[in-house]
Design a protein around this ligand. Structure first.
Ligand SMILES: [Zn+2]
Length: 294
């Protein structure tokens, strides 16, 4: 019996003396472009730009609001506007309710007032999390109102664009927003009020075919996909192969369609410098007071 017990030695379950250091799974993030893995906190500190390859990952509308306004200066306008369902489009009403819940926002654009390095200005930020940043009547209305208000108050305007295009559930009413927003932007030009457009990934369809391309300065984030129709549609239509990197910010810069590709980390400083320049102020810090020497 004793011998058997020796052979059949009971195994006690091993209990680690050290309690395992638990790292929650969602503490890590992986760059979609190069596969680089890092702690989420480090990605956040770098404004969600990969430290290895410079890939600009998705940045939320709320993060842009924070990035582009001095602390405590943001004031939202027109936040009470909500889309109707004018065509009775199948399940559109339900989708709007779901989008609001998912995005935590009432529509696909934020519009309001803020200060940037002290400069008072109007800011609009499109929200891809709300139905792919699609432009329906409310997006168009908010952008148009903000632009008209800018012209009225002579405050510069900056729009951060991202959009999958027109909101098909509102049919022709969505397409009309292209003309309406363009007319409002036209008022800015008549009043010599500066307008900067920032194109982020992706900016396509009706938004790229209207206000997104009408900035006095059109900036884009590195690698952003910018275009009207998708590559496949164009290829089928013209029956030709498209060049490498077609519809990226860099390609458009090379071909003169945009003014500059600006990394996210420089966006704030670049926009402020351009506003100062366009408003006739010193582009950098105010110059020292000149002393008369006579
Ligand atoms: Zn990367």
């Amino acid at each position: 019996m004793a011998v058997m017990a020796w052979f059949k030695k009971e195994r006690k379950p091993r209990i680690s003396q050290r309690t395992k250091l638990e790292i929650p799974k969602d503490a890590w993030e992986r760059c979609e472009n190069c596969g680089h893995v890092d702690i989420r906190e480090r990605f956040e500190k770098a404004l969600n730009v990969c430290s290895e390859c410079g890939h600009h990952r998705r940045f939320s509308a709320e993060e842009y609001l924070e990035l582009l306004t001095d602390p405590g200066t943001w004031r939202e306008f027109y936040g009470n506007l909500r889309s109707q369902d004018p065509l009775g489009f199948e399940s559109y009403s339900d989708r709007l309710v779901a989008a609001e819940k998912k995005a935590g926002a009432t529509e696909a654009v934020y519009t309001g007032f803020g200060r940037l390095e002290g400069i008072p200005y109007h800011l609009g930020v499109m929200n891809f999390a709300f139905m792919g940043g699609s432009m329906g009547s409310v997006v168009g209305e908010k952008v148009a109102r903000l632009a008209r208000r800018s012209a009225d108050k002579r405050l510069p305007l900056l729009l951060v664009c991202t959009s999958g295009g027109a909101r098909m559930q509102e049919g022709v009413l969505s397409l009309m927003q292209m003309a309406k927003t363009s007319a409002a932007i036209g008022e800015l030009k008549q009043n010599a009020v500066p307008f900067i457009s920032v194109l982020t990934n992706p900016t396509t369809g009706g938004v790229s075919a209207s206000f997104a391309m009408q900035g006095d300065a059109v900036l884009a984030e590195p690698g952003a996909v910018i275009g009207f129709a998708g590559q496949r549609v164009i290829k089928q239509t013209i029956g030709q192969d498209l060049p490498e990197g077609f519809q990226t910010a860099e390609f458009l810069l090379e071909h003169g369609q945009i003014d500059e590709v600006v990394p996210r980390g420089s966006l704030r400083e670049t926009a402020a410098r351009l506003f100062r320049h366009m408003q006739g102020a010193a582009a950098s810090a105010p110059p020292p007071v000149a002393q008369a020497t006579t």
